[in-house]
Design a protein around this ligand. Structure first.
Ligand code: SF4
Ligand code: SF4
Length: 105
């Protein structure tokens, strides 16, 4: 989600956009296209997700955000190589242990 300087072993360009499977709360000040937003069971506005679990704004061909300039603040704050990023990558790796990951390594 973010391109801040981080350890070279972790790169968004070699990741299945794992963080784009998380619940992303949309804040009132976010300028996300409204058709990409839905209301959660808890009544929060969140980025809609497809049946595959990824945010509907993800460009699956390039595995990157199709609304990069308009992405929610929470996405801007999610730092590549941060503890949360590493934890999500690890959880994803375990979840798909028996399948062939697209790019995560
Ligand atoms: S999980 Fe981390 S490495 Fe993967 S796309 Fe998100 S920020 Fe980038
Ligand atoms: S808005 Fe973009 S960066 Fe945020 S979860 Fe969706 S695809 Fe990922």
């Amino acid at each position: 989600m973010s391109s801040a300087s981080q350890p070279s072993a972790v790169s968004c360009s070699r990741c299945d956009a794992v963080c784009c499977r998380l619940t992303v709360v949309v804040m009132p000040e976010d300028e996300v296209p409204r058709h990409l937003v839905e209301r959660s069971e808890r009544g929060l506005e969140v980025m809609a997700r497809g049946e595959d679990g990824w945010c509907v704004a993800l460009d699956h061909q390039r595995m990157c955000c199709s609304i990069y300039e308009q992405r929610p603040a929470i996405c801007r704050k999610f730092a590549m190589g941060s503890p949360y990023c590493l934890a999500e990558r690890e959880a994803y790796r375990h979840r798909y242990d028996h399948e062939i990951p697209l790019k995560l390594y």
